[in-house]
Design a protein around this ligand. Sequence first.
Ligand code: ADQ
Length: 462
Amino acid sequence: MSRIVVVSNRVSDPHKPAAGGLAVAVKESLRKTGGIWFGWSGRITDEPARGSGQERVRVETSGNIRLATMDLSRREYEMYYAGYSNNVLWPVFHYRLDLAQFDKRHAAGYRHVNQLLAQQLRPLLEPDDIVWVHDYHLIPLAAELRAMGCENRIGFFLHIPVPPPLILAAIPEHEWLMRSLFSYDLVGVQSQADLTHLERYMATEAKAEIVRDGVLRAFGRTLQIGAFPIGIDVNEFASLAKGTESMDMLETMREEYSRRQLLVGVDRLDYSKGLPQRLLGFRELLERYPENRSRATLIQIAAPSREDVDAYGELRQQMDSICGALNSDYGELDWMPVRYIRRNVARKRLPGLYRACRVALVTPLRDGMNLVAKEFLAAQDPADPGVLVLSRFAGAAEQLTEALHVNPYDTEGIAHATQSALTMPLEERVKRHEALMTRIRRYDVHWWRNAFLDALEQAVVA
Ligand code: ADQ
């Protein structure tokens, strides 16, 4: 069996809990088989780093995984990570052209860091290694590796959505960027909608020949593309749920909120997650269905994220103001409608939190998949489960058809769906939960890993 080399922007200690879907999934997919995890250490060095070759890579061993990391200089970080990845690719791929800040220097910095990463990774690779590159920070990595003579099988998985071709075409460097995908043997996306957009882009903008479904040819190379919806580790989550931290959390919540119906949202504080709209939807619920006043409490956990990007600072202020107004307009001496907590919750406690809640509001404006939706369902008591209110614009909506789907821009729609969730009879809750769990179990993180790697091994390379 070939060794797996995972490359992602950030490498974190596999034995420490991580927020962020990618870290969770990569850890869970490498833990069983071992291999190399290569990428940025997360550290920024103030001195511009010099030199090439091996000198910037640090290799540590953590169980059966070798962690190969390098630091970035402040300038590299600003151009590649904050500048291009988070101010161009993240907003555009989430359909937010209004938030994109195009700057040629950032595009050059992005390319430079991808070159640098390829240079550092190249000597670590054995000829039989299978390389699995993750996410939008590293789109041109395979092209850089190929330019250095690397002939390994290389696959790429995009964790975020693929927008329609004309939105992608707004990126000034889109031709270069998307062409570089042809250096991979397999490109995986989260959903059928993403796959359709990718194929249409390749056919119309890159003039690729569609050899057959999922196989494209252009620039002298054949590329296979496919949808591989990411899942969670259901068993690991179930055992977390039985752990003391989770049980303590459940008990604390039940004591603290014994007379309330709880709703929960758990997200990174990111504009793609639709948090202000969700809070306004909850406000609308209290307005339209006053029986929920003094009764329903929304617990919104939001982990701070990318705080050096302007749009995130604005979102933080917006949330402070919406939550403040909600609590002061509707709150009573013995009841606050929203508990807004801007930090991470320890992963071990999450199942207990989810289980204490009757409804989860997962209402992103756009999301590649959204693992919180799946975690919430996996944490429920099958005999008395909670209800998932899910944005139709989350990748997860394609799979989780028995959730209550909403348009996250429609605050009244969120209010009505939330009311249906809060009042749904037990029998219907159980039925929906069962159907959803069958799919979550079947398409778990192991399925995702195996389906992607099998397809990569079998991809026609030419
Ligand atoms: P994210 O945008 O980070 O991931 P998501 O899929 O919801 O979004 O994953 C978040 C993960 O981090 C979950 O495991 C969740 O439990 C955890 N998490 C989030 N906020 C937390 C908090 N405040 N406290 C503790 N834990 C928290 C990207 C894409 C998604 C895609 C994943 C995986 O944007 O669409 O589903 O990658 O591919």
